[in-house]
Design a protein around this ligand. Structure first.
Ligand code: PRP
Length: 180
C-alpha cells in the first residue's frame, strides 16, 4: 500500500467484481440502443476503461471534462465546461460514467444538460457514492460502492493530481492533506 494511505478501502478484487456487475446491468438495459457512454474526466478514467471492457454491446464512447467549482455549498454555482463531447446526443440514450457523487452538483447539471440537448434518456453510473454529502436532488441509477465521508484516492481519484494511478481505493492519511 502507498505510504500516504492509512488503509485500503476497496481492493482491486472488489473493484473488478463490482465494475463487472455494473457493466452487465447496463449491457442488459441498453443491448439494442447503441448508447453514448460519456466518461467524466479525469476521475472516471480507470473506472471507465474497466467498465467499457465488460460491456458486450455496441456503444459510442465520448468524454467530457468539467470543473466542480461552484459545487459544494454554493448552490448558485454553474458547471464550467472544460471539454465537451463530440457526439450529438439527440434521440440517443446517454450513460454517464462518473467516479464519485458527492454534493450531486456535477451530475445534476450534466443530466439536465444532456436532457436539454435532446437525449432520449440519461442513466448515471457511479463508482462511489457519498450519500451523506448530498445537496442536490440527484441519485445515480447504478452505484458500485456507498462510502462514508472519507478522503479517498486511487483508481482515478486524486488529491492535488496525485494517486490517480493506484489500483485500489485507499483512504488518504489525514496528515497528508492537513499539512497543506
Ligand atoms: C470530482 C468528481 C465529480 C465531482 C463530484 O471531480 O469526479 O465530477 O467531483 O462532486 P459533486 O457531486 O460535489 O459535484 P473533480 O472536480 O475533483 O475533478 P476530477 O474528476 O478531474 O478529479
Amino acid at each position: 500500500m502507498h505510504q500516504d494511505c492509512e488503509r485500503v478501502l476497496i481492493t482491486e478484487e472488489s473493484l473488478r467484481e463490482q465494475v463487472r456487475r455494473a457493466a452487465l446491468a447496463v449491457g442488459e438495459r441498453y443491448a439494442a440502443s447503441n448508447p453514448v457512454v460519456v466518461g467524466i474526466l479525469k476521475g472516471s478514467i480507470i473506472f471507465y476503461s474497466d467498465f467499457i471492457r465488460h460491456l458486450e454491446i455496441p456503444v459510442t464512447l465520448d468524454f467530457m471534462a468539467v470543473s466542480s467549482y461552484g459545487g459544494g455549498s454554493v448552490s448558485s454555482g454553474k458547471l464550467r465546461m472544460k471539454k465537451d463531447i463530440e457526439t450529438d446526443v439527440k434521440g440517443r440514450d446517454v450513460v454517464i460514467v462518473e467516479d464519485i457523487i458527492d454534493s450531486g452538483f456535477t451530475l445534476a447539471n450534466l443530466k439536465a444538460l444532456f436532457l436539454e440537448r435532446g437525449a432520449r434518456s440519461v442513466y448515471i453510473v457511479t463508482l462511489l457514492n457519498k450519500r451523506g454529502r448530498r445537496e442536490y436532488d440527484i441519485e445515480p441509477d447504478y452505484n458500485c460502492f456507498d462510502i462514508e465521508n472519507e478522503f479517498v484516492v486511487g483508481y482515478g481519484l486524486d488529491y492535488n493530481e496525485k494517486y490517480r494511478n493506484l489500483p485500489y481505493v485507499g483512504v488518504l492519511k489525514r496528515e497528508v492533506y492537513e499539512k497543506n
